[in-house]
Design a protein around this ligand. Structure first.
Ligand code: IMP
Length: 186
C-alpha cells in the first residue's frame, strides 16, 4: 500500500516527481535491460555510498542473473578554495575488479564530474567492462560528457530528495522522489 500523502511527508516537499509504484515499475524494466545485456556473464554492481544504496538494492532484487555487490564512498570538495568537482575515494572497494564486468550504480548524474572521476579511477584497475547505471539523470546540467548506459528517469533542473537522495543527509528514506521547495534548496 502506498503511504504517500501521509504525515511522514516532510514540509520541504513541493511536489512528488515519481511515486513508489512508478519507481518500482521503471526499476523492473531497467533490470530486464541489464539481464539482457549481461546474460552469461557474472556481473558486479558497484554502488556509490550513500545515495545509491536504495536504488542498488531495489535494482539487484529485480535482476535475474547472478550479481556480486561492492561499495565505495567518495568525498567531494566544494569549498571556495578548491575547484568544483574535486573528488576522492573515501572508502574503497573491498575486492579487486580486474577482468570483471562492472556496472557502476549511481543515484543521480548531474554535472557528471563525480562519474568522470570514478570512471577514470575504476578503468585503471583493468575491468573487463565498465558501464554506468543511474537512477536519475539531470542531463541539462552536464559539464562533462560521460557514457550513461542505463537510466531510470530523466529529471528537470530542480533539486530532488527521496529514494536515497538527501538534503543535509535527511529524506533519503522517502519511498518516492520529490522536488524540494525553492527556499529549501541547497
Ligand atoms: P555530479 O558530480 O554533479 O554529477 O553530482 C552527483 C552527486 O551530486 C550525486 O551523487 C548526489 O550526491 C549529488 N546531487 C546532485 N543533484 C542532487 C539532487 O537533486 N538531490 C540530491 N543530491 C544531488
Amino acid at each position: 500500500m502506498s503511504r504517500e500523502g501521509m504525515s511522514k511527508d516532510p514540509p520541504a516537499i513541493e511536489r512528488i516527481l515519481f511515486t513508489e509504484e512508478q519507481i518500482a515499475q521503471r526499476i523492473h524494466e531497467v533490470a530486464a535491460e541489464i539481464d539482457e545485456r549481461y546474460r552469461g556473464k557474472p556481473l558486479k554492481l558497484v554502488g556509490v555510498l550513500k545515495g545509491s544504496v536504495f536504488f542498488l538494492t531495489a535494482l539487484a532484487r529485480q535482476i535475474q542473473i547472478p550479481v556480486k555487490i561492492d561499495f565505495l564512498a567518495i568525498s567531494t570538495f566544494s569549498n571556495k578554495s578548491s575547484a568544483p568537482g574535486i573528488v576522492r575515494i573515501a572508502k574503497d572497494l573491498d575486492e579487486p575488479i580486474e577482468n570483471e564486468d562492472v556496472l557502476l550504480v549511481e543515484d543521480i548524474v548531474d554535472t557528471g564530474l563525480t562519474l568522470r572521476y570514478l570512471l577514470q579511477a575504476l578503468s585503471s584497475r583493468g575491468p573487463n567492462s565498465l558501464a554506468v547505471c543511474t537512477f536519475l539523470d539531470r542531463n541539462s546540467r552536464r559539464l562533462v560528457q560521460i557514457p550513461v548506459e542505463f537510466r531510470c528517469f530523466e529529471i528537470p533542473d530542480r533539486f530532488v530528495i527521496g529514494f536515497g537522495l538527501d538534503h543535509n543527509q535527511l529524506y533519503r528514506n522517502l519511498s518516492y522522489v520529490a522536488v524540494m521547495k525553492p527556499d529549501k534548496n541547497a
